[in-house]
Design a protein around this ligand. Sequence first.
Ligand code: SF4
Length: 217
Amino acid sequence: MYYPINEIFQTIQGEGSYTGTPSIFIRLQGCPVHCPWCDTKYTWMCSQKENVSVKEIKNKNQANKKWSFLHEKDILRILKKWTTKHVVISGGETCLYNLSNITKTLEEEDYQCQIETSGIKNIICSLNTWVTLSPKENIKPLYTSIIRSNEIKFPIFKKEDLLYVYNILSKIKDKKKRIICLQPISQNEKALNICIKACIENNWKLSVQLHKYLKIQ
Ligand code: SF4
């Protein structure tokens, strides 16, 4: 199956439970959610004007709107030049695409898959894929996405954002163990303090976007 790919790179995961884990990021193109604080606005549109060759995507070394369709087998070939075995499929919005083929293909080659999504559509991936759901207030996640998630990471800017967190969590009725993370938006100090306090009170995890502090991709 072919996927619209914006970039593929190796780095350190800076968010959620896998923070600090060497990871290969596969960034998909396309996102209809349009969060105001989005760090990857260049992935929002799948414009034909920006549809470039596979070679150009393979050699990309700066963030931009260019993308190309890659088959999972081509993606696997790219991944093999690196040592990392943890793969993060991010976006853009990953749940726009059926990720069964790519996650299964990667698992057959001993990769651990993680996807990052806002869950606005059904999440279709292998059973072993670690699903990081990051709900956004402007578009609510599907209940099925909440149930499929392994961790839920909430972006927080102000105290009132915690009401949304409590609201989402109050709707979960299953007994599955999920990790709950709070992530201050844009390293804002006030937001960070709100998150620290709420994490300690509720036994949640703090997700600080480590890559931003390390100044890496
Ligand atoms: S869902 Fe993710 S990629 Fe889409 S706009 Fe929001 S932060 Fe950006």
